[in-house]
Design a protein around this ligand. Sequence first.
Ligand code: F6R
Length: 578
Amino acid sequence: MCGIVGMVSSNQFSTLDVIAALKRLEYRGYDSVGIATSDGWVSKDVGEIDKFMDILEDRSANLAISHTRWATHGRVTKENAHPHASNDGSIIVVHNGIIENFEQMRAALRSKGYSFISQTDTEIIANYLEDKLRSGMGMQKAIRSFMKDAEGTFAILIIIKGEDTLYAAKRDSPLVLGILGDGFVLASDIYAFSDKTSKSIFFDDNEYAVITPRSYTFYVDSKEIEKQITEVQWTGISEKDEKYEHYMIKEIHEQPVAARRLIESMDTTQRSKMDLLARLCRQCKRVLFVAAGTSYHASLAGVYMFNSIGIEAHTLIASEFQNFMLVNEDALVIAISQSGETMDVVKAIKYAKDKGSKIVSIVNVPYSTVQRLSEVSVEILAGQEICVASTKTYTNQVLILICLANLLGFRTDIKSIPEMIGSTIESSEEKVMELSRSMSDTRDIYVIGRGISYPLSREVALKLKEISYIHAEGMMGGELKHGTIALIEEGTIVFSFIPNTDYEMLSNTQEVAARGAHVIMISDNPEFEPTFLLPPSVPGSFSVTATIIGQLFAYYIAKEKGLPIDKPRNLAKSVTVK
Ligand code: F6R
């Protein structure tokens, strides 16, 4: 989490330009924002970037660093906002990541007389560097010393007050350099400079760079290294569409088009990658998916389909992958990630690589870390997703898994799905809107599914939690009677997802209805007289169409409640801390 942007140029630029670039990274966190220029001027505040822009001084500079924060250490206060300066103000730093041994480092600096005004781990970096420089070390040596002493993850930008050189260092957290005509831009990801340049250099772990207005040099330890320039192909940049009040509803509506584009690519531009992936699935002893949040729910649908055709598949939440999964050279690890930067996923695949597994991935953001760590990576092609909550990327993740399963023996008509998505949105949106009006005071919702509809029940519950702020549990329908049914009272809302002739799921639904639950049934079987009748499914399609009803409910309930739909509290789109 957290987004960082630095600019260094032989021509003067405005602080407003830097913050405009930072705004493109706001999905990484929006607790506070700040900027510093090389003359030592620092401005920062809590809240979102738009609010900050209203008070930001339009200053000219040749070098600036900026930061948008997702709080890890210390509350959301102005003191804890980045940039952070060292005690004498000579070193100014922005940081994405977590310095795990910061308490020990801070204690060591305190014993030397340094004081701290924030609760952040970042402030120690500035003071550590000041201390080393005071002792006579040069900045490069000081950075190397920091990289040796610091445990944890970091992408850091550093300026020395009064100098025109920008220093940058990276371990685990993402960092990329963009090459401009008259200078350079450094950022957490390429989207920050998509309007400026396509020439990029990605930092690898444990590298640092020294950047002046006219040159850049990369190092590992004290050794200068050659870096490859990547010519980025920009695809799917998303712009605001006045027709939609929020990105979330825009992105829900984009799903038929995004699905069609993806399915076509899997027959054409991505065909060879899909074939290779299928071959690797056949050759390995077992497939291990690894993912987090919504992407994990997509992977659960993959497990369901793969096992149904005799391919042994498992999935585990990325943060627990090393604790609960047997990983070795017999396994093919398929990482699924919208951002391609989720730290838990990155850590899990590095671990699996060390254990000898082959790593492949399904990723939305091109050139992301997960993609670059993979032997082969299929692109989700959903286009840029701006709303913090995933919608269209979930749908396309599931479609890739359906297509892959098809290549391995699953039989379905994937090409019919985009039209089903369109007709689901069209036929249900008004009704969802109407039902949502009476749900703004709802405290709890239970979401139940079975088989193919279990993963989506988890996904719908997640959407209700993060967007509508309703406590929701996505559960296996059959498991409900083993305890949770005790919570069902007169009027408790239960979303029940019943694909085709799943009579067992129907029984589970009747069990809660008999105890007074207010059931909202979603099914493609008219015989069940569902609240929402979906278009007749083909194998796998229910995972997508039924989820869309949940996405719409999450959106319209949140709208009814007046919540910040695209940027829900406490969240960030790219979770780059463990
Ligand atoms: C929920 C959501 C998150 C992400 C999760 C993983 O709507 O978006 O749960 O799915 O943080 O992110 P990626 O897919 O980028 O690895």
